[in-house]
Design a protein around this ligand. Sequence first.
Ligand SMILES: [Zn+2]
Length: 126
Amino acid sequence: MNSKTSILGSIISGTCPRCHGDQMYVNSNPYVITQTMQMHEQCGKCGLKYSIEPNFFFGAMFVSYGLAVFVGILIFAISFLVLKTALDTAFIAILIGLILLMPIITRLSRNIYIAMFVRYRPDLEK
Ligand SMILES: [Zn+2]
């Protein structure tokens, strides 16, 4: 399964969920903070309109919450259980980790959310 055709690859790379052929975001680097949320209106290859309905990506907030909790637990486990840091150090690590990973979490949650509604169509990929 190559990364261009897998749904997981599309979620990670931020490509169109229907054809996996075009980037959804104006800037592929999520750490350009002014452009983290900026998306193209529609796919340049298959024409899919990314904002399926008004305020469509509002729902991605719930995915973002789940991802942030998962990442927080992961950082806590690494910090407190593996590196044996103090409890307050572990919580500071969670805070810093979540702030640093915020652009990635935001984009991943949008990509996961749109992938829940739009099916991949291999016939559109060329
Ligand atoms: Zn497309």
